[in-house]
Design a protein around this ligand. Structure first.
Ligand SMILES: Cc1cc2nc3c(=O)[nH]c(=O)nc-3n(C[C@H](O)[C@H](O)[C@H](O)COP(=O)(O)O)c2cc1C
Length: 262
């Protein structure tokens, strides 16, 4: 499955079969973790952890996750570049997992930290903030169905409300050179499906802005930017990210984050 198909198909999975992932798959995922592309720096650590369900131990996710024995656990520092990098890097893992036939679900709120943190030592200034089950999807539980309905997980904001051309008054045309990759950004997952990303295209540059809706807005934006970048890469276009000091730091409530040139 190519990356754009993975982006189109992916959904959060909260109900799993209980079958553990194989040692080979676990190794593939660990190898993938060690080769993540990170243009943003920051300080974070991602590990893959296995829980023995047969022992009856269930790390608490407040009923949200069923039947998962393997979890990614992510510790991170508390700064903007780290949040951007975690979103950008870990979404690569989410998409890779989907390509391997595995479901995942970013979890930032509905988990008991102490259950996932036992025995873990993290680098200084990093704290466990995200967990993510990974495994084979089972039929959706009633809780999962209700959660998806409540969050409106299937819907996304219209393209015209998110992406602009030369100025924030003019929506981006569908035939713009960046539209295909921005459409991939539009489909990205975000906490509570908040979709706090906006982009302004100026010639061969895309400026990314975020709407500070909560603590996870920059991280969410990193996830969307990952989809954008993966799509550009799949078209053989490998541009560069940079901070552009000449653009407005804010537009209304939107805050400038980073730019991409190709
Ligand atoms: C950073 C982040 C944090 C999330 N935290 C939770 C969570 O704590 N509990 C949960 O059930 N879902 C969580 N989600 C999943 C979102 O609700 C889900 O991605 C969104 O509703 C869109 O649905 P989709 O992933 O199926 O496209 C999180 C997603 C992201 C990106």
């Amino acid at each position: 499955m190519d990356i754009k198909e993975a982006i189109r198909q992916r959904r959060s999975v909260r109900s799993f079969t209980g079958e553990s992932i194989s040692e080979t798959t676990r190794k593939d995922l660990r190898d993938f973790l060690s080769g993540l592309y990170n243009p943003f720096g920051g300080h974070f650590t991602i590990r893959l952890k296995e829980f023995d369900l047969k022992n009856g131990y269930r790390p608490a996710t407040y009923g949200m996750i069923k039947g998962a024995s393997d979890f990614f656990v992510i510790a991170m520092a508390d700064d903007e570049m780290t949040s951007l990098a975690v979103g950008f890097c870990f979404e690569q893992v989410v998409l890779k997992s989907w390509q391997l036939g595995l479901g995942t679900c970013w979890i930032a709120a509905t988990f008991r930290e102490s259950d996932f943190n036992s025995g873990e030592l993290w680098p200084e200034n990093e704290k466990l903030r995200i967990v993510c089950p990974v495994g084979y999807a089972a039929k959706k539980s009633v809780v999962e169905k209700i959660t998806r309905l409540t969050l409106g997980s299937r819907s996304r904001l219209p393209f015209e409300e998110l992406f602009f051309d030369e100025g924030f008054g003019k929506p981006l045309a569908r035939d713009n050179r960046f539209s295909g990759s921005l459409e991939m950004m539009r489909l990205a997952p975000s906490s509570k499906n908040s979709q706090p990303w906006r982009a302004l295209v100026c010639g061969d540059i895309v400026h990314f802005y975020y709407l500070p809706k909560g603590q996870l807005s920059v991280l969410d934006c990193g996830i969307g930017i990952c989809h954008f970048y993966e799509s550009e890469k799949s078209e053989g276009r490998c541009g560069q990210f940079f901070k552009d000091n000449t653009v407005a730091a804010r537009h209304n409530q939107w805050v400038y984050l980073v730019s991409f040139r190709n």
